[in-house]
Design a protein. Structure first.
Length: 122
């Protein structure tokens, strides 16, 4: 799959939507179609077949579905392929994860204690 002038192809977007439905939401096309207000699953079948996509109003509604980890589908990831696949409220963003990985939990804990102290030295 490829990009056109720096933009993701419809095939790429549809493939990520399929991953979101099947792997993150673990829902059937029929279930998602009903939630989005479709009378049948034809619009989602078109996505799976990489022949079309849903409108912004339904995409916004799709973003409110709950994933297996209690989060929601990340529309930015679906459309661009960038970021995490799901958004979990209160989770660390990718930059914070990088800091934790670089410092390690103990050094990060000590750094946070230092930053939150009243200026007293230890």
């Amino acid at each position: 799959m490829s990009e056109l002038n720096g933009f993701p192809s419809i095939e790429d977007i549809c493939a990520r939507m399929e991953v979101s439905i099947k792997e993150d939401l673990k829902m059937s096309l029929s279930q998602v179609s009903g939630f989005l207000g479709y009378s049948n699953q034809s619009p989602l079948t078109r996505i799976i077949n990489k022949k079309g996509f849903i409108g912004p109003d339904r995409l916004g509604r799709f973003a409110t579905l709950k994933t297996a980890d209690g989060g929601t589908p990340n529309v930015n990831w679906i459309l661009t392929g960038k970021g995490e696949r799901t958004v979990v409220k209160g989770s660390l963003d990718s930059k914070a994860r990088q800091v934790v990985e670089l410092l390690g939990e103990e050094k990060l804990r000590r750094l946070l204690e230092l930053l939150s102290s009243d200026g007293a030295t230890t």
